[in-house]
Structures are given as C-alpha cells and as structure tokens.
Write a protein that binds this ligand. Structure first.
Ligand code: PHE
Length: 467
C-alpha cells in the first residue's frame, strides 16, 4: 500500500519552489485577506495575534507536517491515505473529501464576486458605464449579490477557470500557475500596502489592528478568542481535510518535509498580517468601520476605492485582482483535494486514472452547487434557510469549516502512526529537529486544542453562548 519512491501516477511537483508556491497558494486565500484582519481587530488585536501564533506553532505546524507526511508516505489522496492506516478509517477520508467539495460551492461564489469587482473597478478607471460609477457601495453590493443571473455567471466563470487549471495536472497546471500567480500576488499586495499606509489618518487602522487588548482573555473570554483563532487557523492553513495530504503525495521523496511544513505557515501568517496592513489603514483613513464577513471585503473596501479619486479604479482593480488570485490558487487546491481522492478510486479498480474526466465531472457538480449558493443572494432572495443560519453560505460553512474540518483534524492527530511521520521526515538522512516537540504536540496538545476549537465553532455558529 505504500509509495516507496516511485513518481505518483496522478502527477508530481517538478521543483520545491513550485511545491511551496502551490501549498502557500492554497493556504493564502480569502481567509487571509478578509477573515484575518477583521478577526484580529475585533478580538484583542495584538493579543489575538500572539494566541494565533501559538496555535500555528503548536497545532498548525504539527498538523501540516502530519498531513504532508501521510500523503507522501502513502502516495494517496485523502481517502486512500486513511485507508492505508486502516480500512476502518476510510470515513475520516470521506469527511476530508466532502469538506472541500462543500467549501468550493461558496468559495466559487465569493471568487466570482472578486472578478465582478475587479471588472467594475477597471470600468471606473476608464470611466465606463459598467463601473461602480459612484453608486453607494452597499447599494452596489446588494444590487449585484441579489442579481441571480449575474452572480451565477460570475461563479461559473470562476469554476471554469479553476477546472481548466486542474485539468492540466499537477506540474503543468497547478504548479505552473502558482509559480507565476503567487509572486504576482505578493507584488500587488506590497503596492496596495504602500498606498494604504500613506493615506492621511492611516495610523488609526494600524492601532485597531495591533493595539493589545488583553481584557478579551478575561473570564471565559479566552475560550472564545481561542475558538475564533483556531477556526481561522484551520481554514487559513488548509488543514483538516484532503489538500495537504494530496499535495504531500505529489512531493518528490528527496524534499525535506520539516522545512516545508515550517515555511508554509510562516508565509501564510505573514500574508495575513500584510493583508491587515493593506486594508485596515485605508478603511480608517476614510472614516469607515471594519465590519464582519464579506461586507468588509466588498462593501467597506469598495467605499475606500470609490473615495480615492481618479486612481481609485486602478487600486481597486489591483486589489480585487489580488484577492481573485488568492482565491483561485486556493480553489484549485480544493478541487485537487477531491480530484486526487477520486482518481485513487480508479487506480484501486485497476484502471489508469483519467484526470480530465474526473476533473470535469467534479467541475460540473461544483458548477451546480455554486450556482445554488449564488441564487440565495446571501439570504436576501427569500429562500428557506437551514440549521439556524441566515445564508446558504453560512449553512455550508457550518458543516465544512465548523464541523468536518476540526473533527477531521482531530481524528487525524489521534490515528496517525507517529512512526510514519518520523520515517518520512528522516527519509534522506535528514535530522528530525523538532521530533520531541512534534511527538508531544501530536499526542496531547493538538487533540485537546481541536476538541476545544470544535466546541467553540459550534458555539459561535449556533450562538449558544457557552463561553
Ligand atoms: N486557506 C484558504 C483561505 O485562507 C481556504 C482554503 C481552505 C483552501 C481549505 C483550501 C482548503 O482562504
């Protein structure tokens, strides 16, 4: 059942740079660009950052190393990888395959919003009729998001682009695209940061983000901050499902796993903090308030660009282009996580895996679910709602991010044979420098934290007020 060194028949990364760009591309996404800055500001600023960093080191790094090792050791996607530990763990694999499939439905819709906003800002730059054209940004947002046809079309464009890249395979599609897109994203981010922090009044935004407010930890407060930070960490690092297992399975055996598992969270957290510095100073400079969820990304920031004058369209285009790149490099990893597991099923039956067919079938299913989520118009189109949530996006998010991801990660930490990780990390005679730390965290810290995060997530989604 194990992959002893031969290339993976589903594909393989060509270089360690390419792998890193793909893995960081997966990690850096909408979670970094709107989730992180807002959550940090609203949950104690610097205090949140410290807790987040602790979680990243004790849980994020440990889980990443585990998933990458499990993937590379078995050479399988998520279902096959857990089956390789024991047939009875197949259900963990299924959870890890269903979660990204669900996430893709709303992720594609939000990615479609980015395309729309990039196009609209370009329209403003050229003074064209299809721009935002000075319309109030909340009105523009409501008008667009409740337009069932338009949102569905943009979601579909996003799904098609994702499918086209994944169709081309690991090195020819995913790696190639990320190797260009991620450096471009970085450059665009730096440009937007320079604009944002040089606006008059920008320092207030930095103060919002970095001002330490330790009082959030008082009483049971620390549990709720822990669950916000923990949920954010899972989502942001793309752990707790199939992605890092699939990407690990495409990593050549001569690559050092420990170094990669350290670099990915470092880069991801750096971009999250940079995203805050790119957005919050501008929000405050224009006297706006950061708000929760998609509102901040699309309403508040569009108000910033509309207020910027002549060059607002240019910065808006750059910014939403940047968010689009971040989103698509994540969505291709989500799709690859499911594709890789599905291709294993063909291999098990003795057939040669057909990437094109598998990707297309999955792509069609996601096209359908993303149109469904788009039709809901963020709950404004009057459809019935589920699980006590106010939008279909939130309902899907509850099942995937709220339940399947932390539960999957928790199971992963419990069932992983630690010797596998050890053998995989030391494969080429490399020293496993963090072995003592890893063993301790995977056995005790990670499972306990994950149960707490799971409870916290349920508490937030259902508004139970447990903590
Ligand atoms: N990590 C991505 C983000 O921060 C989202 C994502 C989650 C991608 C899970 C893949 C898997 O937006």
């Amino acid at each position: 059942m194990e992959n002893k060194g031969q290339a993976n028949s589903k594909g393989q990364f060509g270089s360690s740079f390419g792998f890193l760009m793909a893995a960081i591309g997966s990690a850096v996404g909408l979670g970094n660009l709107w989730g992180f800055p807002y959550k940090m500001g609203a949950n104690g600023g610097f205090a949140f950052l410290i807790l987040y960093l602790i979680l990243v080191v004790f849980v994020g790094y440990v889980m990443l190393l585990t998933e990458l090792s499990l993937g590379r050791r078995t050479g399988k996607g998520v279902i096959g990888a857990y089956e390789a530990i024991s047939k009875k763990y197949a259900f963990i694999g299924w959870m890890g395959a269903i979660a990204p499939w669900l996430i893709l439905s709303f992720y594609s819709m939000l990615g479609g919003y980015c395309i729309k906003y990039a196009v609209a800002n370009l329209g403003d730059l050229f003074g064209a009729g299809w721009g935002v054209g000075g319309v109030d940004s909340s009105e523009f947002f409501a008008g667009f998001t409740t337009d069932m046809l338009e949102t569905s079309i943009y979601s579909l464009i996003f799904v098609i682009l994702t499918v086209v890249i994944v169709l081309r395979g690991v090195s020819g599609g995913i790696e190639k695209f990320n190797s260009v897109a991620m450096p471009a994203l970085f450059v665009m981010l730096v440009i937007v940061i320079i604009r944002s922090v040089t606006l008059p009044g920008a320092s207030e935004g930095l103060a919002f983000m970095f001002k330490p407010d330790w009082s959030v930890f008082e009483g049971n407060g620390w549990i709720s901050v822990l669950s916000v930070a923990g949920g954010q960490m899972f989502f942001s690092l793309s752990i707790g499902m199939s992605i890092m297992i699939a990407y690990g399975s495409y990593l050549p055996k001569d690559q050092n796993l420990e170094r990669n598992a350290l670099t990915i969270p470092l880069a991801d957290t750096t971009v999250a903090v940079m995203a805050g510095v790119a957005t919050l100073p501008a929000v405050f400079a224009y006297g706006l308030e950061p708000s929760q969820g998609p509102g901040m990304l699309y309403i508040t920031l569009q108000a910033v660009f509309s207020n910027m004058g002549d060059l607002g369209g240019l910065f808006g285009f750059l910014f939403y282009g940047l968010v689009f790149i971040a989103a698509i490099t994540s969505s291709i990893s989500l799709l690859e996580g499911v594709t890789s597991a599905a291709m294993d099923k063909a291999i098990e039956k003795g057939r040669t895996p057909n990437r094109k067919k598998t990707t297309l079938i999955l792509g069609i299913s996601i096209a359908i679910t993303s149109v469904l989520v788009s039709l809901d118009g963020l709950g404004a189109n009057g459809f019935p709602q589920f699980f006590g949530q106010s939008t279909w996006l939130d309902a899907v998010d509850l099942i995937s991010e709220g339940i399947l991801m932390p539960l999957g990660a928790c199971y992963c930490a419990i069932v992983i044979p630690i010797s596998w990780v050890n053998e995989e990390v030391t494969l080429n005679g490399s020293r496993f420098r963090t072995k003592g730390f890893y063993d301790f965290c995977i056995k005790f810290v990670a499972p306990i934290m994950m149960v707490m995060i799971l409870l916290g997530q349920l508490d937030t989604f259902f508004g139970l007020g447990m903590f």
